[in-house]
Design a protein around this ligand. Sequence first.
Ligand SMILES: *[C@@H]1O[C@H](CO)[C@@H](O)[C@H](O)[C@H]1NC(C)=O
Ligand SMILES: *[C@@H]1O[C@H](CO)[C@@H](O)[C@H](O)[C@H]1NC(C)=O
Ligand SMILES: *[C@@H]1O[C@H](CO)[C@@H](O)[C@H](O)[C@H]1NC(C)=O
Ligand SMILES: *[C@@H]1O[C@H](CO)[C@@H](O)[C@H](O)[C@H]1NC(C)=O
Ligand SMILES: *[C@@H]1O[C@H](CO)[C@@H](O)[C@H](O)[C@H]1NC(C)=O
Ligand SMILES: *[C@@H]1O[C@H](CO)[C@@H](O)[C@H](O)[C@H]1NC(C)=O
Ligand SMILES: *[C@@H]1O[C@H](CO)[C@@H](O)[C@H](O)[C@H]1NC(C)=O
Length: 632
Amino acid sequence: MRLTALSATAAALLSPSAASAISAPRDLQIKPRAAPDAPSGGYAPSNVTCPSNSPTIRGASALSSEESDWRKTREETTRAELKTFLDKIGIADFDAGSYLERDNAWPRIAISLSGGGYRALLNGAGFIKAADSRTGGDKGIGGLLQSTTYLSGLSGGSWLVGSIYANNFSTITQLQENDAVWQFQDTIFSGPSSSSKSIGALDTAKYWKNIYDEVESKDDAGFETSLTDYWGRAVTYQLIGDDDGGAAYTVSSIADADHFKNGNAPFPIIVADGRNPNELIISLNSTVFEFNPFEMGSWDPTLFGFVPLEYLGSNFDKGSISKDGKCVRGFDQFSFILGTSSSLFNMAMLTEFPDEVPSLIVDKVESLLSSIDDANNDIAQYRPNPFLGYNSEISNIADEEELSLVDGGMDLQNIPLHPVIQPAREVDVIFAVDSSADTNNWPNGTALRATYDRAGTDIANGTEFPSIPDQNTFINLKLNAGPTFFGCDASNFTNSEKPPPLIVYVPNAPYTFMSNVSTFDPSYEIEERDSIIQNGFNGATQGEGSLDDKWSTCVACAVLSRSFHRTGTEPPQACKDCFDKYCWDGSINDAEVQSYLPDFRLEEDNAGSSLRLGGAWWTLVVAGATWSVFAI
Ligand SMILES: *[C@@H]1O[C@H](CO)[C@@H](O)[C@H](O)[C@H]1NC(C)=O
Ligand SMILES: *[C@@H]1O[C@H](CO)[C@@H](O)[C@H](O)[C@H]1NC(C)=O
Ligand SMILES: *[C@@H]1O[C@H](CO)[C@@H](O)[C@H](O)[C@H]1NC(C)=O
Ligand SMILES: *[C@@H]1O[C@H](CO)[C@@H](O)[C@H](O)[C@H]1NC(C)=O
Ligand SMILES: *[C@@H]1O[C@H](CO)[C@@H](O)[C@H](O)[C@H]1NC(C)=O
Ligand SMILES: *[C@@H]1O[C@H](CO)[C@@H](O)[C@H](O)[C@H]1NC(C)=O
Ligand SMILES: *[C@@H]1O[C@H](CO)[C@@H](O)[C@H](O)[C@H]1NC(C)=O
């Protein structure tokens, strides 16, 4: 890291009068969407009077009543949309309308978007664009998103989920066309300087000064701050199309957004892992946390509880707030939660800052770094720990003053499947979009395998998962070269009455573009950004059917697979053909792989590749335990 001399601009910015001008109160306009509803109007959480029905921690034995109620509303939409989707696709010799009238026939769908930095955001965006009836075109799988109940994201995948919901459930096309967001040619180090006209060009010094002031305001309000606050603020500047990158936007405000409340969007879920300082976690012992519009917490037996998200930051003890205690609101900032889910990138703060970055920032980051050791600078601090004293007989954090969370991919479960394999959620099929960097920055099944290894152990607490082969088999049998279904045979499970969901694995692969860009590549020209999105779209639609004109039929069959089992219905021949083609049949070829260098499956798109930006790769200077995580 370079310590820079105080530039003239930075010096001007740091004078008291300039500082107060910057932190002047903003015009707080509540818009009908995920909203800047932090009561402070900025990044700082605030003390508020508790509602008469004081918030409490609840046990994880069932869905929250809010989620159950919301699902009833959402179901009206998903059922109508699924009917339209199946009619559009038209499975041969099958009458979807009359089939769905049978008892228990309606399926429940989830989409899970893996981590992997901007690569994961962009590849995931290609899938969402294809699945969205507003942008998916006629031949593909448009309408799947409208039929979906749950949409989970982790790390880079959480940036995508967050960006969609913070911007009024906008389409990927709108996000691509709106120059206030997704300007990834500007790195987070320089800030939204050159192209983000709509939110006003900020020079680099002013951008960092804003971030500094925002994080200080949280500090001044009496809360711990860490590298995650800086990282989260910086990354969110590119994701939320509002002044100052949406510093006051909270995840709990999604619950009040029209698109969500009226059941017109899926239930978003963001995943992070629990990791105490100096601990190492693997899939077999991590406590997996989720954030959804109503709650945050874990289904795992090492916690088994949820806190109302809106009141995160309040002082809970043994599950409740003391009678004279205050409630806190505005702690669940999008910035902080997306920063938590992607805290691996805290390391990005170790890279060289551009010269324009005020030395104030550089000093601050340095002092944060020196106050903790290298193995722990990816931790996001949640203090007070809402689960203090809660479930103390089973919880491994009941005694901690601080809840420490890290990047959701840190336990190698880089696809956020955990929330959607919970039996309480009754999901039938998960579209698992994998943008992990395993072999030459392509996925090799490691993420699925990590979730499979965990299933059946004590920490999985009764969740099952389809059988997943080793990574050599993935490559040798080309299970990662295109879509593969896992767990097709619903009777091949211990609990065959209620089998776990079918997994439709959608791995990142080269269709029209070498989308295996490095996780730590911080900048992308617009053309390259769009080429990666288009490659993901081609994977999701199999080249709009050019690789398999029955692909959308097969997606529909995957959606109905568990339903057929439940209703005891023989699948139509068209579906049997799909299952023959796409289901992993249990065979293994674990001969050691020599190399995996997949080639284009469709004609190469040259627009993006000619524009690769050179240099400026995030340098990783941190060694130690956390670096088992290159797959993210
Ligand atoms: C959000 O999107 C909906 C549907 O496209 C639109 O009707 C509404 O005006 C938008 N709201 C805002 C604040 O942009
Ligand atoms: C909120 O309350 C806590 C303790 O109840 C106090 O320490 C803190 O200073 C208060 N914060 C603000 C911004 O008033
Ligand atoms: C998780 O398992 C790993 C590998 O066995 C071990 O090193 C680590 O200490 C365990 N962590 C916890 C929190 O139990
Ligand atoms: C999951 O763990 C909790 C907490 O230990 C326990 O009460 C519950 O019975 C477990 N559920 C299953 C299905 O094992
Ligand atoms: C699969 O990826 C992991 C990293 O996630 C790597 O350690 C392993 O060597 C890869 N396996 C093969 C067969 O390429
Ligand atoms: C069926 O279950 C067995 C036992 O769990 C497993 O080894 C096998 O791979 C499964 N078959 C398929 C096709 O998933
Ligand atoms: C991407 O994959 C191709 C082969 O499929 C390989 O030649 C290239 O080196 C990989 N790029 C990166 C950045 O890993």
